[in-house]
Design a protein around this ligand. Structure first.
Ligand code: SF4
Length: 170
């Protein structure tokens, strides 16, 4: 449970950090502008949880579309062009959680900004990118857990792990 809590705590921050570093070249969907009836959006009371990934999250709303449950994430900011990568990843995580909870894969999710609303296709490529990102989050989390706790080069010089340790002091 502490590991899960750490992952959840770090998820948003690291997600933002990593997303900024990733290139558009990995093929995140740009999203298409849509018009949607916000009166049909239903708020979600409880967070969704995927025990396989140790992932939890609560989309702002869910909306039903032709028998599919679609997650909606609302951002108060205005957007000039395409959605931010970090927001796409966040929405992809919600798509994953919706699939796990309702047993049916949403074909897309909705990102609603103050001035525009985008439909983001939940493609296999986006899901793969999400899973890779989550792996990176766990690696970063692990690195934080195992951060060097001293400044002694002498101690590193005697350490049996120095050959493979990326934090060794020479
Ligand atoms: S080499 Fe790495 S593991 Fe070994 S003492 Fe130094 S920091 Fe710690």
């Amino acid at each position: 449970m502490p590991i899960l809590a750490a992952i959840l705590f770090l998820f948003a921050l690291i997600l933002l950090w990593l997303a900024r570093q990733r290139q558009k070249a990995i093929g995140l969907p740009a999203g298409r502008i849509i018009y949607t009836d916000t009166r049909k959006w239903a708020p979600l009371e409880e967070p969704l949880y995927d025990p396989d990934l140790g992932l939890t999250g609560r989309p702002d709303y869910l909306v039903e579309d032709k028998g599919n449950v679609i997650p909606v994430e609302v951002k108060s900011a205005r957007i000039s062009a395409a959605p931010y990568d970090a927001h796409i990843y966040q929405l992809a995580a919600y798509c994953r959680l919706v699939q796990r909870h309702f047993g049916k894969r949403p074909h897309y999710g909705i990102l609603h900004y103050a001035n525009r609303t985008f439909a983001i296709d939940y493609t296999p490529q986006l899901e793969k990118a999400l899973l890779e990102l989550l792996d990176e989050v766990r690696i970063q989390d692990k690195r934080r857990e195992t951060a060097r706790s001293h400044d002694s080069a002498a101690r590193c010089s005697r350490c049996g792990y120095r050959a493979i340790c990326d934090q060794r002091l020479m």
